[in-house]
Design a protein around this ligand. Structure first.
Ligand SMILES: C[S@@+](CC[C@H](N)C(=O)[O-])C[C@H]1O[C@@H](n2cnc3c(N)ncnc32)[C@H](O)[C@@H]1O
Length: 281
């Protein structure tokens, strides 16, 4: 395992609790008591400031923005294989496997995969049976040498593979981000192309929400004990360069306002996070 990345794990419990509070399908099977404790602890640690500063998204809105926007794009891309990297306890892959009948794969560090396996084992038997082989769990470090080959194997044979990394990349330093982008681009190219959807941060966007972002960053660093939580790219040009240099043929940033028709819950949500669609043709 990459040094220290296991400490990001608590954030997966946190977001799983938010997905449950948002009422996302199947989220109730994946939320944990740890997530509830973290959610309210985080509120006390600094998240409350977002509730009183006008124009600043609450943590719940910030997470809903990126999750729903990613969902809207996944819907439009209509994948025949969906892989989520740093999947944690997200219900997305379970939902796509159960409701759309497509093959999905969750990739995370082995200890988090064990947590998810236990959570899924607690789902009602009819759901577990329907999920069957459609949903796979892969315990892998996305920064490991050889990850590109493992990912290529996971998407082999798919005509429209989509790889999602939600809430993962910002915890890595720039070199690790580049290495992960490169692995995803090589895997997509090896199978004839596909899409990568990722949320990224820039200093420019964070400066717009100012003080509350600093409070959130401090709180997230406290939670994960990591120095790099939400250390941003300088601006959109910097992440575009990083993606193209890594082997993607192009990328675009999504604007929630353009997706409200597909996902009405996006109305009124805003966030300093950039949801980015990159592709290999
Ligand atoms: C903030 S959580 C996000 C979980 C999920 N994507 C969501 O949005 O609910 C980050 C996840 O990334 C995983 N992770 C961290 N470093 C990783 C690595 N090197 N390889 C694979 N997964 C990793 C953590 O275990 C954790 O589950």
């Amino acid at each position: 395992m990459t040094d220290g990345t296991g400490s990001i794990g608590p954030t997966a419990h946190y977001t799983a609790y938010v997905w449950r509070r948002l009422g996302l399908p199947y989220a109730e099977h994946l939320a944990t008591p740890t997530g509830a404790a973290l959610y309210w602890g985080f509120f006390a640690l600094g998240e409350w400031t977002t509730r009183v500063v006008p124009g600043v998204p609450t943590m719940r809105d910030y997470l809903a923005y990126r999750h729903l926007l990613i969902d809207a794009l996944v819907e439009e891309l209509a994948p025949d294989r969906l892989v989520e990297l740093g999947a944690g306890l997200t219900p997305r892959t379970v939902q796509w496997a159960l409701d759309r009948g497509i093959d999905t794969v969750d990739v995370d560090l082995p200890e988090m995969i064990d947590v998810k396996r236990r959570a899924l084992a607690g789902m009602p038997a009819p759901l577990r049976q329907r999920l069957g082989e459609r949903h796979r769990l892969l315990g892998l470090d996305v920064l490991e040498v050889g990850f590109d080959g493992r990912l290529a194997a996971a998407i082999a044979g798919a005509a429209r593979p989509v790889v999602v990394a939600e809430g993962l990349v910002s915890y890595f330093d720039l070199a690790a981000r580049r290495s992960m982008f490169g692995a995803v681009a090589r895997a997509l190219r090896a199978v004839g192309g596909g899409a990568f959807i990722v949320d990224l941060h820039t200093a420019v966007a964070q400066a717009r929400v100012g003080g509350a972002t600093r409070a959130l960053r401090t709180a997230i660093r406290g939670l994960t004990r990591r120095p790099h939580a939400l250390d941003p790219f300088a601006d959109a040009a910097a992440y575009e360069r990083a993606l193209v240099d890594a082997g993607f043929d192009g990328c675009r940033e999504l604007d929630a306002a353009d997706w409200v028709r597909q996902r009405p819950a996006l109305a009124g949500l805003h966030s300093p996070a950039h949801v980015v669609h990159a592709w290999v043709e």
